[in-house]
Design a protein around this ligand. Structure first.
Ligand SMILES: Nc1ncnc2c1ncn2[C@@H]1O[C@H](COP(=O)(O)OP(=O)(O)OP(=O)(O)O)[C@@H](O)[C@H]1O
Length: 255
């Protein structure tokens, strides 16, 4: 089977030719198989967001290649890549349109990567029932707020909506960029459980950046640790299962 993601010698050099020249992604080779759920850890400035940015196309590689499925997307811009991948950010304001209602946002997400414009008359009784069902999966009152402008939602509801929008139309690759970090512990746990459940049920390929070591251990079937723009550790299968919090802490104290 074709992997969902392949990075070949992916390198980003910034401020080229100046005293501030720096490699922020250092010859990274990474293959993520279809259906894998990968958690990504690393200290501040380790290169986690840079890794996601080059995958999503918001940052161009200096050298190397990015493949999504069997397609070489190295030269493809960020918007074109949204046909294949979706991303949820830490900030609940990103990923949803604040003046549009929850229902309108969900309708828009159904058409991710397509050129067709949103038609408000598209919300038939059947469609509404379908959206209620989708929003109800969160169990946080989102389903009762379909006609509310997204800007009026609580941070947790908005982040749940952003997650649902990212997965409503099945992405080839789902990028979760500290998507629970801005939430209170209870809401964060709720969204993390929903995340895991959706990834498993829909057999999604997902990568999740987190600073929460326990979440990185508890979720996913592979764990990457980034350091200085490189993948310093890559734990899969039984090695990931056997990994302990103490070992991870020891690793972090060393870097
Ligand atoms: N466009 C850019 N130009 C110059 N330097 C950059 C650019 N983007 C990132 N960097 C630098 O690259 C390094 C890695 O940043 P990155 O945001 O990927 O780290 P991170 O692991 O996501 O950190 P955090 O946990 O703080 O979000 C940092 O030193 C950062 O300042």
């Amino acid at each position: 089977m074709t992997p969902s993601l392949k990075l070949v010698d992916a390198t980003v050099l910034v401020n080229q030719g100046t005293p501030e020249e720096k490699i922020i992604l250092d010859h990274v080779n990474l293959t993520v198989e279809s259906g894998e759920f990968v958690t990504v850890l690393g200290s501040n400035g380790a290169g986690k967001s840079t890794l996601f940015n080059v995958i999503a196309g918001s940052l161009k590689l200096t050298t190397g290649k990015v493949f999504l499925g069997d397609q070489d997307v190295t030269q493809m811009n960020e918007i074109a890549r949204t046909k294949t991948l979706s991303r949820v950010f830490q900030d609940p304001k990103l990923g949803t349109a604040p003046r549009m209602t929850v229902a309108e946002n969900l309708l828009l997400a159904e058409r991710r990567g397509e050129k067709r414009r949103l038609r408000s008359r598209g919300l038939t009784i059947e469609k509404r029932a379908e959206l209620v069902k989708i929003a109800d999966q969160m169990g946080n009152g989102l389903a009762q707020r379909l006609d509310v402008a997204t800007g009026q939602l609580s941070g947790g509801q908005r982040q749940a909506l952003a997650f649902l929008m990212a997965t409503e139309k099945r992405p080839e690759l789902l990028l979760l960029d500290e998507h629970t970090a801005a939430l209170d512990p209870k809401t964060s746990t709720q969204l993390m459980d929903l995340t895991d459940q959706q990834i498993r049920q829909q057999h999604l390929t997902a990568m999740m950046i987190t600073h929460n070591l326990s979440d990185a251990l508890a979720y996913g079937d592979r764990l990457l640790v980034m350091s200085n723009g490189k993948i310093a550790m890559d734990y899969t299968g039984e090695k990931k299962q056997a990994l302990t919090l103490e070992e991870l802490l020891t690793f972090f104290n060393r870097y």
